[in-house]
Design a protein around this ligand. Structure first.
Ligand code: PMP
Length: 395
């Protein structure tokens, strides 16, 4: 009889020759457990998803209650489905007055697709500006704005009219013109290895977009829901995007994305043609119930107010001659090593010792540290001790 791992390799599509192959039976809080009960401390949150930790009882209860009421009833946007309405209302109450209309999607990539379509419709323009080293998803529209040719070349032709600028480079803002439908940017670049832009840069970007009538699309898939120490990362910079893109932690562990704009901007999806974006499962009621419960836990438990001190603790502890730099904001951190080869050994050793870390798509010499926000000081100390031990051995 084949083992589960053998079956995984045989019947589940593989996208690399070196999957991690870890096998977990359950997850609770900041830990994931195998069948023998061995726990791994999760320092990556399923790539920025499990912000309030795994298995939160309120989220589980909300999911169960919604499953009992109804699951799928109708494609998005026709019926008044309570979880969608309540979740949009809650998000709107936490967002500025120009971000009050929420379009729920299945994923972050689909939300990016919707945001780009909306920007084209609202401005009547078709040029898009994105950033080198950006990651916005893997569908063909999202791939078109990915700032790494290695991942794109095999899929060309992609969307026309995309121009790339350097992230955090003020002189490149001149390329934004009255022909530009939107600039699409991560508020803090994630897969580039956590790159935090300057305050003045984002403010100049906002100004330039306003001057040229260009939609500013901020992709907060990785940065929202407290990850950087604010509910939304744009709050650090005193700016508001025209279109906000959410995903990952939005669904509280269930698949959900959203693009959010003003009622006026979003209204352009209604005409010429109608149904400007269509999705069957976007805003699935169970996912919205889960997302709402998760957001309520996040805000009520004041988790975000502890993020900055946890960031400081990681930065204080992760000091070693072989760690060149610890970059980032809040609990979205990157520790830079000499090379991928060294980092890979550090990662493998840490995983063996029960600490899950990994690297970034566009930055292979840096270690991703993005734990659930509920991680305690003791757990941070424990994790850093293991990482430093690995660095000592291999670097
Ligand atoms: N934007 C960013 C910044 C992301 O990090 C991701 C996912 N890693 C996406 C978009 C795409 O989201 P999804 O995988 O849910 O389609």
């Amino acid at each position: 009889m084949l083992t589960l791992r053998q079956l995984f390799l045989a019947n589940n599509a593989q996208t690399t020759d070196f999957p991690l192959m870890l096998e977990f039976e359950r997850a609770q809080g900041v830990y994931m457990y195998n069948a023998e009960g061995k726990g791994w401390l999760d320092l990556i949150s399923g790539i920025g998803v499990s912000n309030i930790g795994h298995g939160n009882p309120e989220v589980i209860e909300a999911v169960k209650q919604q499953v009992d009421r109804y699951m799928h009833l109708m494609v998005y946007g026709e019926y008044v489905q309570t979880p969608q309405v309540r979740f949009a209302q809650k998000l709107a109450s936490l967002l500025p007055s120009t971000l009050q209309s929420v379009y729920f999607t299945n994923s972050g990539s689909e939300a990016i697709e919707g945001a780009m379509k909306l920007a084209k419709r609202y401005t009547g323009r078709n040029q898009i500006i994105a950033c080198h080293n950006a990651y916005h998803g893997s569908t063909q529209g999202a791939l078109s704005v990915m700032g790494n040719e290695d991942f794109k070349q095999a899929y060309r032709p992609l969307l026309p009219g995309i121009q790339f600028i350097n992230f955090n480079e003020p002189t490149d803002l001149q390329y934004i013109t009255e022909e530009t439908a939107c600039v699409i940017m991560e508020t803090v670049q994630g897969e580039a290895g956590v790159r935090v832009p300057n305050l003045a840069y984002l403010q100049a970007l906002r100004k330039r977009c306003t001057q040229t009538g260009t939609m500013l699309v901020l992709d907060e898939n990785q940065t929202a829901f407290g990850r950087t120490g604010k509910l939304f990362a744009f709050e650090h910079f005193g700016i508001v995007p025209d279109i906000l893109v959410l995903g990952k932690a939005l669904g509280g562990g269930m698949p959900l994305g959203a693009f959010i704009a003003s009622v006026e901007i979003m209204g352009t999806l209604k005409n010429n043609p109608i149904l400007g974006h269509i999705t069957t499962f976007g805003g699935h009621p169970v996912c919205c119930a889960s997302g709402l419960a998760s957001l309520e836990v996040l805000t009520r438990k004041n988790l975000i107010s502890q993020v900055e001190e946890k960031e400081a603790l990681f930065k204080k502890l992760l000091v070693h001659p072989a760690i060149k730099q610890v970059r980032g904001k809040g609990l979205m951190l990157a520790a830079e090593m000499e090379s991928f080869e060294v980092l890979k050994k550090v990662i493998d050793h840490s995983i063996e010792q029960g600490i899950i870390i990994d690297w970034f798509l566009h930055c292979s010499n840096s270690m991703r540290i993005a734990p659930p926000l509920i991680i305690t000081h003791e757990q941070i100390e424990q994790a850093c001790a293991v990482i430093l031990q690995a660095v000592d051995i291999y670097a």
